[in-house]
Design a protein around this ligand. Structure first.
Ligand code: ADP
Length: 255
């Protein structure tokens, strides 16, 4: 069974500064279907969006965002578990930081935990530990974290579910004639220099962090797929039926 990491961004998980329960249910339904075919690990943002309705602090201040995330993380997990229960499944929380991957010991222990959870049909749900690390809270929205999760925890593919339905030759929000790239075999250094373009209140990633994640994975001979997290039809047809209709696949195969 192949191991797959699915990462979902803040913008997909939230609507009007709070969690969007309907989209989370759709996501969980997809994850449960994917769990029939693969071992699935979820990397989920959304703690700040989940906490903001309970702790209304100015989220422009980093310490406030950390506190809001601490309030929101259990809310986020409760929402996931409520939805998972509808399908007879359970989720488990793992809060990690980039430093955990620098330590062979910590990385090994985390992988053993993940392996055991997967063997027992539990969905591991990973987020950055925002109280001790701020990297993804400031810039990245878990794009980097999910690429490390995929590589160090032995996944074959990372699936990024984003507000954008794929990787375009230029920003589709700025250029009407932007064309989606269906398959990408390598990331050019110039592509890694694009400005971050996160225009939403809670999103922090932008395409640059996604390309960095893809670059890291391609260098380690892993694949990545970007598709819409709003309309899951492309990711469903690719991951569940093996038909590549929409979305961008980053792969080092068939060059
Ligand atoms: P998420 O919240 O899902 O992590 P972000 O909003 O942070 O996603 O990043 C995706 C955004 O990056 C898109 O909405 C788009 O405006 C922008 N972007 C810039 N250049 C590109 C490109 N070449 N292809 C796709 N999206 C791009």
């Amino acid at each position: 069974m192949k191991r797959v990491v699915v990462k979902v961004g803040t913008h997909v998980l939230s609507e009007n500064n709070r969690l969007c329960k309907e989209r989370i249910l759709n996501l969980v339904e997809f994850l449960v279907a994917l769990m029939q075919k693969h071992e699935v690990i979820l990397v989920s943002s959304g703690a700040v969006a989940a906490g903001h309705s309970l702790l209304k602090l100015d989220k422009n201040l980093l310490h406030n965002r950390q506190a809001i995330a601490a309030v929101g993380q259990p809310q986020l997990m409760a929402t996931y578990n409520k939805k998972l229960e509808k399908f007879g499944k359970n989720g488990a929380q793992l809060l990690l930081t980039a430093d955990d991957f620098d330590s062979r010991k910590r990385c090994y222990h985390a992988k053993c935990t993940i392996d055991t959870l997967l063997q027992n049909g539990i969905l591991p749900i990973i987020n950055e530990n925002d109280a001790t690390a701020t990297e993804e809270l400031v810039f990245g929205d878990n794009d980097q974290l999910s690429s490390r999760v995929a590589y160090y925890f032995g996944a074959d593919m990372l699936v990024l579910l984003s507000d954008i339905d794929g990787y375009y030759d230029k920003d589709p929000h700025q250029y009407e004639d932007a064309k989606m790239r269906k398959v990408v075999h390598a990331i050019e250094p110039s592509e890694l220099e694009v400005e971050k373009a996160a225009h939403y209140a809670f999103a922090t990633g932008g395409i640059a962090t996604k390309l960095k994640a893809a670059h890291f994975l391609l260098e380690h001979r892993k694949s990545m797929f970007i598709a819409s997290g709003f309309d899951l039809s492309d990711v469903k047809s690719f991951m569940l039926e093996g038909v590549h209709k929409g979305g961008t696949l980053f792969t080092c195969e068939n060059r």
